[in-house]
Design a protein around this ligand. Structure first.
Ligand SMILES: Nc1nc2c(c(=O)[nH]1)N[C@@H](CN(C=O)c1ccc(C(=O)N[C@@H](CCC(=O)O)C(=O)O)cc1)CN2
Ligand SMILES: NCC(=O)N[C@@H]1O[C@H](COP(=O)([O-])[O-])[C@@H](O)[C@H]1O
Length: 185
């Protein structure tokens, strides 16, 4: 049974879908949910699934506290699901090809520093793109440059607002992210 930790900074709708997917799994167990925001709703979602959770600061991330916690908890995989801080190289090295992120666009478009959440959908709208989608990728030292594992696309209509685009992208995320993670274990 692989032990998974989810890192999230916000609402946690993806985290919830992942916890739901693995709640009766014989392959993987969501052992931890961790956030850099004490007010993140993902922490409430973890309680609903009786998943242990904790918060950590950017300083604790950068100084190795999170890494030590993941080692103590014998975590095998780290899942970034709306996590908004840069993962330090030392933490990435501790989980070689075992750290996965979801990005709400078709990388390499709309990736990098500043490209998160609504900022991504606003950029897609501003560019007038006819499609967008999701990218699930391994995590390396740079934002959104790790090996792409999976992508799925959805049409963007000219009258779609950034919020409409977000709704379409979230639907793809919730449909595919749990299954892609499962396929990696
Ligand atoms: N080493 C890595 N760390 C992280 C990656 C990665 O690929 N390599 N992915 C991100 C997730 N992400 C896009 O998928 C992403 C998240 C946040 C940002 C960003 O610009 N963040 C701001 C800070 C925002 C805040 O503090 O609220 C910043 O760095 O100034 C870009 C991309 C997770 N970590
Ligand atoms: N670049 C990282 C990024 O923008 N991640 C995005 O944050 C959202 C989190 O939603 P959630 O908290 O409801 O799962 C998701 O759309 C995810 O792709």
């Amino acid at each position: 049974m692989k032990r998974l930790a989810i890192l999230a900074s916000g609402s946690g709708s993806n985290a919830e879908k992942i916890m739901e997917h693995f709640k009766n799994s014989e392959k993987g167990q969501i052992a931890l949910v961790a956030s850099n925001k004490a007010e993140a709703f993902v922490l409430e979602r973890a309680k609903k699934f009786n998943v242990s959770s904790f918060t950590f600061s950017k300083k604790e991330l950068e100084e190795g506290f999170l890494l030590e916690k993941l080692k103590t908890e014998k975590i095998d995989w780290v899942i970034l699901a709306g996590f908004l801080l840069k993962i330090p190289a030392e933490l990435i090295r501790a989980f070689p090809d075992r750290m996965v992120n979801i990005h709400p666009a078709l990388l390499p478009k709309y990736g990098g520093k500043g490209m998160y959440g609504a900022h991504v959908h606003e950029a897609v709208k501003a560019a007038g793109d006819s499609e967008t989608g999701i990218t699930i990728h391994l995590v390396n030292e740079n934002y959104d440059e790790g090996k792409i594992i999976f992508q799925a696309a959805t049409p963007v209509n000219p009258d779609d607002s950034p919020e409409d685009i977000a709704t379409k992208v979230h639907a793809l995320e919730h449909r595919y992210f749990p299954e892609v993670i499962d396929s990696l274990l």
